[in-house]
Ligand binder design. Structure first.
Ligand SMILES: Nc1ncnc2c1ncn2[C@@H]1O[C@H](COP(=O)(O)OP(=O)(O)OP(=O)(O)O)[C@@H](O)[C@H]1O
Length: 577
């Protein structure tokens, strides 16, 4: 818990104020039974109304002080706990931003969402409670015990015996609770994961009429979450009745012994008995609070552990320490030198000994069967993964020697699945480069062949795109993603099957409008018609490079390439080419 607690450091001052005010509240509370005893012994028993008024007024004044302290304490407790939660969420978010894909394999999306939201809220609640009652309750317990001993040692001895027994009961409760709450958070992760998959795949679920199946899956994980939570709460809920039972039994014993002592004239008076009973009642309240705190601590321990796992995770794609601040990516040449690659935690090589060179301004198509490693190869260029062997060079420099900002700033990556953000169309294009002017946004849209479509929309560039671009067609989303990459004015443009949803004519226009003098274009495609428009074609099969050359060269040299062409154009057409 050390690391998550270190986030309290900036708030030590308001925390100290809150804790000091909590102590004021505690002192006020501890003094009250003393004054009640005084009212009884000096006022009621001696029929002295003045004494009743005096001690009554003192009690009222103290209550007012306690009330004001409580309000100010709450203010500071809320301030510290909310800022603490804000800082934790900020750090977690920044850490997740620095994650490599290997880290994302370790922490699936749903668990990250639970950790940033639910786990942080648990910590936040603990901090708030900590500043309100965490010290007050145990101090009330100790204070109540001491004051009872001070009032009447013989009667208070009962409490001296009972207190350690209850203490060990609470320690046991905290340990067992931790295990249970850890399991509850894991079930919450699972329920979140099922929910997330459902929301993302809603169209698919509806079109496959799998609603009932998915409902069952969610019910199952929801049931598991409920069962685990009920189990945890059942344990916690036995605490208060157990504590109350033991303390009430103690009160009965105190009354009985008190009666014996008053009757036997052993120096005990009614005021003392009332004061000790009052202290015991307050101690019972404090113990209930402690059991609540104990529950919250065990819950928070589980959450703290989960938060720290994320904060301590080592991102494996990191920049070198001493990078040349003047380094530049001036040209978009791309070279693969003996590159082999396997995914982290996977032994099977996805790419094997790739060697090729792409010159500045060249347009190269990558063709290969599904699963042949095309996307994996693309991901090595902006360093989304690091090579297992060999080197990837951009502008003649090993990508590991470049700062990630410089490298990625020079690349326009259009992934296979077009992902848009909620906001306007202009916002989405400008997401590629926030300082792009309106003219540059329009130019990028024109090149991506989406400008005419945008102009037909009711609000044109100010049209709001729904979540993940729900109100756009697949092809429109693809072209917007391309515009977003083009507005960056990249040196290297990576199109991962990004024109698959376009008709041949639009695709042709788009490819012709891409800049060639300043930008090198690498495009993955399944279509020979697209590959024919490229300067050269790289043919991949099962992670190996089978051939590289122009379309005509590969038609002559590569049997596989010829077969793909035949399957797409028909044998006759190919023989005419
Ligand atoms: N995150 C990952 N972890 C482990 N293995 C992966 C991962 N992503 C892809 N693979 C594996 O790597 C191999 C190459 O996948 P890749 O996506 O690069 O192929 P591709 O040629 O782009 O396929 P497609 O044309 O279908 O997109 C496949 O066998 C795939 O199972």
């Amino acid at each position: 818990m050390k690391k998550v607690l270190s986030y309290l450091k900036p708030y030590y001052l308001p925390m100290t104020v809150a804790l000091a005010l909590m102590l004021v509240e505690l002192v006020v509370e501890l003094m009250q039974p003393l004054f009640i005893a005084k009212v009884i012994n000096e006022g009621i028993m001696t029929k002295d109304l003045d004494a009743v008024m005096l001690w009554g007024a003192v009690m009222l004044g103290l209550t007012a002080i306690g009330f004001v302290s409580g309000i100010i304490n709450s203010y500071f407790a809320a301030y510290v706990s909310q800022h603490y939660g804000f800082d934790l969420r900020k750090s977690l978010f920044a850490k997740i931003q620095s994650f490599s894909f290997a880290n994302f394999n370790q922490f699936p999306t749903a668990t990250l969402i639970t950790r940033v939201t639910s786990d942080v809220t648990t910590m936040q609640n603990l901090m708030f409670m900590g500043m309100r009652i965490m010290l007050r309750a145990p101090l009330m317990l100790i204070g109540g015990l001491v004051m009872s001993l001070f009032v009447n040692m013989k009667l208070a001895f009962i409490l001296v015996i009972v207190s350690p027994i209850l203490f060990f009961f609470l320690v046991w409760l905290m340990r067992t609770g931790f295990r249970h709450f850890h399991a509850v958070q894991e079930r919450l992760d699972h329920a979140n994961s099922v929910l997330r998959e459902n929301l993302l795949g809603m169209r698919l679920i509806k079109s496959f009429v799998r609603d009932k199946h998915e409902e069952g899956r969610f019910l199952d994980s929801n049931q598991q979450l409920m069962d685990r939570t009920v189990k945890a709460l059942r344990l916690v809920e036995t605490a208060v009745p157990t504590l109350t039972f033991v303390m009430n039994a103690s009160i009965l014993l105190i009354l009985w012994f008190g009666h014996e002592q008053i009757v036997g004239q052993a120096g005990t008076n009614v005021g003392d008995v009332v004061a000790i009973v009052n202290y015991t009642a307050r101690m019972t309240g404090a113990l209930s609070m402690i059991s609540m705190i104990v529950t919250n601590i065990s819950r928070a321990r589980a959450s703290a552990l989960r938060i720290e796992e994320v904060l301590n995770a080592e991102a494996d794609i990191v920049e070198k320490e001493q990078l040349d601040p003047n380094q530049l990516v001036a040209t978009g040449s791309v070279v693969f030198e003996g590159v082999s690659f396997h995914y982290p935690d996977h032994a099977v090589a996805v790419l094997e000994n790739l060697n090729f060179e792409i010159k500045q301004g060249e347009r190269v198509a990558f063709l290969g069967a599904t699963g042949s490693g095309k996307t994996s190869m693309f991901q090595l260029i902006p360093r989304l993964y690091d090579v297992s062997e060999g080197r990837v060079l951009v502008d003649g420099q090993d990508v590991r020697d470049l700062s990630l900002d410089r490298l990625r700033g020079a690349i326009g990556y259009v992934p296979q699945e077009a992902l848009l953000f909620s906001g306007t169309i202009a916002d989405n294009i400008r997401w590629g480069r926030t300082q792009a002017s309106d003219e540059e946004v329009v130019d990028a849209a024109k090149r991506a062949q989406i400008h005419d479509t945008i102009m037909k929309l009711p609000k044109q560039y100010d049209t709001i795109i729904g979540q993940k671009g729900v109100n756009l067609s697949g092809g429109q989303k693809q072209r917007l993603s391309i515009a977003r990459a083009l507005v960056r004015q990249p040196k290297v443009l990576l199109l991962d099957d990004s024109t698959s949803a376009l008709d041949v004519k639009t695709e042709g226009r788009l490819l012709r409008s891409l800049p060639t003098d300043t930008c090198t274009t690498l495009l993955i495609t399944q279509k020979i018609s697209t590959a024919m428009r490229a300067d050269r074609v790289v043919l991949l099969d099962d992670g190996k490079l089978l051939g590289i050359g122009t379309h005509d060269e590969l038609m002559k040299q590569s049997e596989l390439y010829r077969r793909i062409a035949e399957s797409q154009f028909g044998e006759e057409a190919v023989s005419l080419v």
